[in-house]
Design a protein around this ligand. Structure first.
Ligand SMILES: [Zn+2]
Length: 230
């Protein structure tokens, strides 16, 4: 192979190497921690926190209602006992009892709504647990395939690395230096119909002559890439 062709082969191997490294990295991170599982775990934790908050509010509401019920009963007993004879005092106490009954009814309503919320929260926890279980099952099902891919890519990477080192060793020193100086990416461009295929600027006829012989490195006058006949 001519120097420019060797450089093109080398560049393609390096690109494949990079691709493989990216694929290996993403599979390794997927195997370490599946984002779907992490998301399902988060949803379940949120649902559980909500459920606990409602349970706490229900317990508090039960305790308050119990206290209010006791007070209401003792007031009613007092009212019926006949011990209070003062009409003003009787009227006040009667008003107090009516007021307590009214607020007690409101508390019952609130309690019912809270119980409904609690049922919804229980349902949400149940659903989130199921989603998490599904995500875990799916992830466990995907794992053998991912591990097979990973092994295949790792062995391909080892082969590609060996090939790219071998290809680089064959490149003459001057061509290696020229390649390393190119700033554009990718550093090698093919020429088709006298045009650099990366920047689409026409290669001069003298450039084309050298390129056809293939012994010397020709660089694109516009983008600086090393040119190779397509
Ligand atoms: Zn160019």
């Amino acid at each position: 192979m001519k120097p420019a062709q060797l450089l093109l082969a080398y560049m393609r191997l390096v690109e494949r190497e990079r691709e493989l490294r990216d694929q290996i990295e993403s599979v390794e991170s997927l195997l370490a921690s599946d984002p779907n599982i992490a998301h399902a775990e988060e949803t379940l934790a949120t649902a559980r926190a909500e459920q606990q908050a409602i349970q706490l509010r229900l317990r508090e509401s039960d305790r308050d209602r119990e206290a209010h019920r006791t007070r209401l009963r003792s007031r009613e007993k007092e009212l019926m006992s006949g011990r209070i004879r003062n009409p003003t005092e009787l009227m006040q106490m009667n008003q107090e009892v009516q007021h307590m009954k009214a607020s007690f009814a409101v508390e019952e309503e609130t309690e019912l709504r809270l119980m409904e919320e609690g049922e919804l929260a229980d349902q949400a926890v149940l659903e989130a647990s199921e989603r998490l279980q599904e995500a875990r099952t799916r992830s466990a099902g995907d794992e053998p395939g991912l591990r097979r891919d990973l092994e295949a890519w790792q062995s391909e990477l080892a082969a590609v690395k060996a090939d790219s080192e071998a290809a680089w060793a064959q490149v003459p020193a001057a061509a290696q230096r020229a390649y390393l100086r190119v700033r554009a990416h990718p550093p090698v461009a093919e020429v088709d119909r006298n045009q650099c295929q990366e920047c689409h600027v026409t290669v001069t006829s003298s450039g084309m002559q050298v390129l056809r012989k293939g012994d010397d490195i020709v660089q694109c006058e516009n983008c600086g890439r090393i040119l190779v006949m397509a």
